[in-house]
Write a protein that binds this ligand. Structure first.
Ligand SMILES: [Zn+2]
Length: 276
């Protein structure tokens, strides 16, 4: 006889008797169907999460790549900033040297305005080696300028030129080995270039006299001083006071006798008084 129920018997070992209960067949089918559906749902959800996981791993890899690219780019920007600041530092150094040159020219009594600038070259078109080369040139020029006696040791009118002239003490013509510059008694006299004092003593003709030896080939002489404010061996810089104007030695009035020697030979100091 066909029945719509299953009988389930539960028999426990060691005990007599058995328990039984009946279950509708339709309920068993529903249960089996439910298990299968549950299994399918589980599989499906596992599969989709796995795919999603793989996809997101790929996505995070691309994000990491992007971050490292950004980092590399920012490193490049940092390096460029370092180069730019180095360029600016060097350019600043050049400008400072030029301004110092201008200051020295002014101390020498030469009103020379330097044309700093000209055509502007942007930093990115300049190479560091080119700027080094430029700086080296300027440094050489600067050293030459500092040790060349260009300019005036004292502001005043030239009363006697270099060359042959009527000797103020003798009737015959004599050679004047320097120029005479009119001065007030005690007026400060300055070095016209950096150098070392090689003489600071009495001279039979020039009275109280100072001689300065400059780098390479130049020497300068200052005569008829009323006072000497340096001593032999002193290092002097352009613009330093070396003595005071007077009328010592063979002199007819307060003035400075100024000589410039080049390679031991006396030259006309007038050509060194200005750059023109
Ligand atoms: Zn003289």
């Amino acid at each position: 006889m066909e029945t719509d129920r299953y009988t389930v018997m539960l028999v426990t070992a060691g005990h007599e008797g058995a328990k039984s209960f009946s279950v509708k067949k339709s309920h068993i089918r529903i249960a089996c169907f439910s298990i299968i559906v549950f299994a399918f749902i589980s599989l499906f959800s596992f599969g989709t999460s796995y795919v999603y996981y793989k996809d997101s791993a790929k996505k995070s890899q691309s994000v990491n790549k992007l971050i490292s690219t950004i980092n590399l780019l920012s490193q490049d920007i940092d390096e460029n900033n370092i180069i730019e600041s180095k360029l600016r530092e060097k350019l600043q150094g050049i400008e400072e040297t030029l301004l110092e040159m201008q200051d020295i020219l002014q101390k020498k009594g030469i009103k020379k305005e330097l044309a700093i600038g000209g055509e502007f070259i942007p930093a990115d078109r300049m190479s560091l080696s080119y700027i080094d080369y430029m700086k080296n040139d300027i440094d050489n020029l600067f050293n030459t300028m500092k040790s060349t006696p260009v300019g005036t040791p004292l502001k005043g009118k030239i009363t006697s030129d270099f060359g042959y002239r009527k000797d103020p003490f003798k009737r015959k013509t004599g050679f004047h080995s320097g120029i005479d510059i009119d001065a007030n008694y005690g007026q400060p006299i300055v070095a016209t270039a950096d150098g070392i004092v090689t003489q600071a003593s009495w001279h039979s003709s020039y009275g109280k006299t100072v001689i300065i030896k400059h780098e390479d080939k130049y020497e300068t002489l200052f005569g008829h001083l009323s006072a000497i404010t340096v001593k032999e061996g002193d290092k002097v810089r352009v613009g330093d006071v070396i003595g005071k104007a007077g009328s010592t030695g063979r002199s007819t009035g307060t003035h400075l006798h100024y000589e410039v020697m080049k390679d031991g030979k006396r030259v006309n100091p007038k050509t060194f008084l200005s750059l023109k």
